[in-house]
Design a protein around this ligand. Structure first.
Ligand code: ATP
Ligand code: MG
Length: 657
């Protein structure tokens, strides 16, 4: 089929980036992942996953690897029984690693705590006994609304231990967001703190719970951890963690649950619209979280110090702070605070303090570090780092290079990991030591995973072509539905390519000449300029490749002549110079984009802004910028990290006119 603009192909293929970084021989020789893994998975996918499931302790072994007869509802390791918390805690104590530090916890004000596996076992057991004492057991829902304190992790594991589902709600969300999430899944219990540290000052947290619970009759009890010593109002539902949990026995016998027993509900971050309660179950989820964590990050439990900077309110915190790492007997850093409290070198200070060897973060933070300047990481000893990871958004090639040079000492592999709340675990990523990495590309599906780029008709596009990312095989950690809404589950993910039976991820993607996958942003954000379908990611990456730009967001705004015109919002790098936002500089930026990817992608308008609207998990919310670009009232901002950002942007634009 020939490609006429705007037809057939979902996306024009514009940005070219050809740098590659082969692994060093030393790294390749010691890597957990070896090239044979791809062959093995290809030869027999189910046998491959069965072998991966063996890394866990099963109380009863499964009798069927996959039952897909009820598609799109999968069952993995059918008939198997296990306890997820036992796999993440007790078995490491039983294998003689009770004294190993599981968590180096670092509080924002500078307090810290090292928690060994033996201590983690005692804490989780006490919390599990506390849940039982409140009558919370299998299938009950528990909302966890907490900052990054150790008790948040104890609480998640205690739920898993007694078979209750946790529903973690980010501690920065409003009372309203908390209430809807509690109501949607009818939680019986809420676990929270009195307050939380935010940029150096204690802020109350419990009032939001009081407000939410007032309208959520399903909630019977609220457990409150004392963190900031903030004065709190007290109701007869409330009970202090230290009074309830600390008095419990630290012995608890975990019960084995069915492989398909529900483990948690997590509402997606809400970048595109109303959050969905994504449901995950036990055996398949833990298998894939564990397998991916060990291979993608090359984790060596005896020597590595791992740090994932996500919050547990996001799926990355579930799979790559709690379940994947702990199932692999990690020693990890958990940090409570923001990256610039009390100074912009806080992360590097922590890397240096604990000798962090694996660091996993989001592109938004990398671009923020770029904005702050390379001189900041340069002040610290970062030589312990040996693997770097990225997740959450496409990472612009320039940010990737900056990360490798300024954080990774020009030597570390970078794994760009594509996945979603829905996929439960990493799906597309290079395997370090096996694959030569490419800045900006997540490259290829992991062994055992099926992913493709297809056109409107569901036909795979050739090398060099762009289209929609689909997953063409069920995978162990796949969602088992949207809580209470089977219809929405079928509609959102399985109706677009119903005939082919593909899972529709909602992201645009392309293949390069080597057949590697590049993620190009959400299909909903694709711009249509004079019949050309242009990806937001490509134009943003072209802007970020200019030395004065740290971060960029582009949107298509309706345009009388071209259908849509490209409007860009940019944040300048630290040290970019006072005239970097002047008319000449803006013209130079527009020309730069034209030169990098072609005149069709030249932004109609570029605006310099101090900040961009982002979700709590750091993703740019382009729909709000589209409202600004089209002079509309700004839409729902409840999932924004900082709702004042939109006012800042609008104010800046008005004064600039
Ligand atoms: P909602 O579904 O409620 O709109 P969300 O999609 O932002 O929210 P998440 O599940 O946290 O919620 O994010 C998954 C999405 O993040 C992916 O669909 C993709 O758009 C983006 N993403 C994650 N990792 C990568 C990556 N490595 N490269 C490109 N995009 C990524
Ligand atoms: Mg999504």
């Amino acid at each position: 089929m020939t490609q006429s603009p705007g037809q057939g192909n979902a996306l024009d293929n514009l940005l070219t980036e050809s740098r590659t970084f082969p692994p060093s021989d030393e790294f390749a020789a010691q890597a957990n992942a070896q090239p044979a893994l791809y062959e093995e998975a290809k030869a027999d996918r189910e046998a491959f996953w069965a072998k991966q499931a063996e890394r866990l302790h099963w109380e009863t072994k499964w009798d069927q690897v996959l039952d897909w007869s009820g598609a799109p509802f999968a069952k993995w390791f059918v008939g198997g029984k296990l306890n997820v918390a036992y796999n993440c805690v007790d078995r490491h104590v039983e294998s003689g690693h009770g004294d190993q530090v599981a968590i180096h916890w670092e509080g924002e004000p500078g307090d810290s705590r090292a928690i060994t596996y033996a201590e983690l076992q005692r804490e989780v057991s006490k919390a599990a006994n506390a849940l039982t004492s409140l009558g919370i057991g299998a299938e009950d829902r528990v909302a966890i609304y907490m900052p990054m304190v150790p008790e948040a992790i104890f609480a998640m594991l205690a739920c898993a231990r007694v078979g209750a589902l946790h529903n973690v709600v980010f501690g920065g969300f409003s009372a309203e967001a908390l209430r809807t999430r509690i109501q949607d899944s009818a939680c019986r219990l809420v676990i929270t703190t009195d307050g939380q540290y935010r940029r150096g000052t204690p802020a109350p947290l419990k009032p939001a719970v009081d407000e939410a619970v007032a309208d959520a009759p399903s909630v019977e009890k609220v457990i409150v951890v004392k963190r900031t010593d903030t004065e709190v109002a007290w109701t007869d539902k409330d009970v202090w963690w230290h009074e309830l949990v600390d008095s419990q026995s630290d012995q608890h016998t975990p019960e084995a649950f069915d492989s398909e027993h529900p483990l948690f509900i997590l509402y997606t971050s809400g970048t595109t619209g109303k959050p969905k309660g994504i449901l995950h179950t036990s055996g398949g989820y833990l298998t894939q979280a564990s397998y991916t964590h060990q291979n993608v990050f090359d984790l060596k439990p005896d020597t590595d110090v791992y740090w994932c900077t996500a919050d547990i309110g996001w799926v990355t915190g579930h799979s790559y702070i709690v379940y994947g790492p702990l199932s692999n007997r990690v020693t990890q850093v958990v940090y409570e605070g923001t990256p610039n409290t009390p100074h912009e070198g806080r992360h590097w200070e922590i890397v240096q303090k604990y000798g962090v060897s694996i660091y996993y973060t989001a592109p938004t933070l990398i671009r923020t570090f770029m904005k702050w300047g390379a001189d900041i990481p340069a002040k610290y000893d970062l030589s312990s780092l040996r693997v770097l990871g990225s997740v959450g958004e496409p990472i612009n090639p320039e940010a990737w290079i900056w990360y490798r040079e300024n954080v990774g000492g020009g030597k570390t592999p970078i794994v760009d990991t594509w996945w979603q709340t829905e996929t439960g675990a990493i799906m597309i990523s290079p395997l370090p030591g096996v694959i030569s990495t490419k800045p900006g590309s997540a490259q290829r599906p992991l062994p055992g995973i099926g992913a493709k780029v297809v056109n409107d008709e569901g036909v795979e596009v050739p090398a060099g072509g762009g289209g929609y990312l689909v997953l063409d095989e069920p995978w162990p950690s796949m969602l088992r539905g949207i809580w209470g809404d089977e219809e929405r589950y079928r509609d959102t993910y399985w109706s677009r390519f119903k005939d082919q039976g593909f899972y529709f991820a909602g992201d645009g993607a392309k293949y390069d000449a080597d057949g590697d996958i590049w993620l190009l942003g959400r299909v909903d954000d694709v711009m249509n300029v004079s019949g050309h379908r242009i990806s937001t990611t490509e134009v943003e990456s072209a802007l970020v490749s200019h030395p004065t730009v740290a971060e960029a967001a582009v949107v298509g705004a309706s345009d009388d002549t071209t259908g849509q015109g490209i409007v860009a919002f940019v944040i300048l790098r630290g040290g970019a110079g006072a005239d970097a936002g002047g008319a000449d500089a803006i013209k130079a930026l527009r020309d730069h984009v034209a030169k990098e990817i072609g005149p069709i992608a030249k932004p109609r308008q570029i605006m310099v802004v101090p900040e961009l609207p982002k979700t709590r998990s750091g993703k740019i919310m382009r729909r709000l910028l589209r409202d600004v670009a089209e002079n509309r009232a700004v839409g729902d901002v409840t999932t924004l990290a900082d709702s004042s950002v939109m006012d800042l942007i609008s104010a800046g634009l008005q004064s600039g006119k």
